[in-house]
Design a protein around this ligand. Sequence first.
Ligand code: ABU
Length: 385
Amino acid sequence: ICSAVSVATRRQHVATQMSAQEEKTKIPVSSHNEWDLLEEVIVGRAENACVPEFTTEVKANTYEKYWPFYQKYGGKPFPKKHIQKAVEEVEEMCSILQQEGVVVRRPDVVEWEKAFETPDFKSRGMYAAMPRDILIVIGNEIIEAPMAWRSRFFEYRAYRSLIKEYFTEGAKWTAAPKPLMSDELYDMNYPMHSVQDRHELAKKGQFVTTEFEPCFDAADFIRAGRDIFVQRSQVTNLMGIKWMERHLGPEYNLHQLTFKDPNPMHIDATFNIIGPGLVVANPDRPCNEMHLFKKAGWTVVEAPTPTRSDDLPLWMSSKWLSMNVLMLDEERVMCDKNEIPTMKMFEELGITTIPVDIQHANSLGGAFHCWTTDVRRRGELKSYF
Ligand code: ABU
């Protein structure tokens, strides 16, 4: 998939559809929203994925039923057979993307189990499965997020070969200030068991991460041209949001949204913008600012209840991965083959479904949106809100 020859061939295929002038000015990184025609995408890797050590921030973001699993496997590889299946599923997903005319790029294979130490903490790595968490493209710029989990401190290394290539070809490359991740970044007394306590704290904007320094996961942002929406979550703090707002400057409007969600982490299984003025919203996590979207004339569609069984574990997410879809353009969506009501919802919206099965890959915490970062979508910067 990653060979220079096949990438070049596919790029050439895309390029032949462009005018000579467009080709002359083409920049390797360019994406303004979640739905323009997808030309190039990074798809994550399950290879060598390790269970994060069971630290405070991991405990606050995982379901209690899986805590014994983290206690047993933290710092060790995920079960081998499961990962092998996930690798195969993701290979298949890449082939389908290619058949749909998308150039697919992959991060490097890294030994995540290796121990590391900074002046502030010791850890082992996790994975490069979810590029959406670490990378966000805004216009011609690719931004590396200052993520909050200690096990993800060195995750950027898997993407550096790709990002250097994009930079060489003309992209703007930014790494947001790397957090120290010392103990001050975490509320070590954060309530772990009481959902009611968490609801109360979430209402006050308090989460397991403090305001010691900026941190964010890129997946807490969702783009609609000049308007970008973000949530304060367990991994994205207000300083992180402020950093992004100041970094982007007056060309963009950054809107902070809040949801009735005691455990927010990543906006794309809560409020997924799938078209100009079109959102799929999670009915279990209603948005407190919905009136703004109604006022702007947007259509908000409630996601159907997920149908996934408990046969395979979801170590790092809820079943709402059913709505964590990837738009290939306004009329094509890559979605879960097993989620029939969700597929029906898309068909009713006039969107063609491209059903794919990545159920073992889902166990690592994401579906199609999480497993990808769109590098290039054909389209202009516009206002939709
Ligand atoms: N990483 C996306 C997980 C979102 C969710 O569980 O709702």
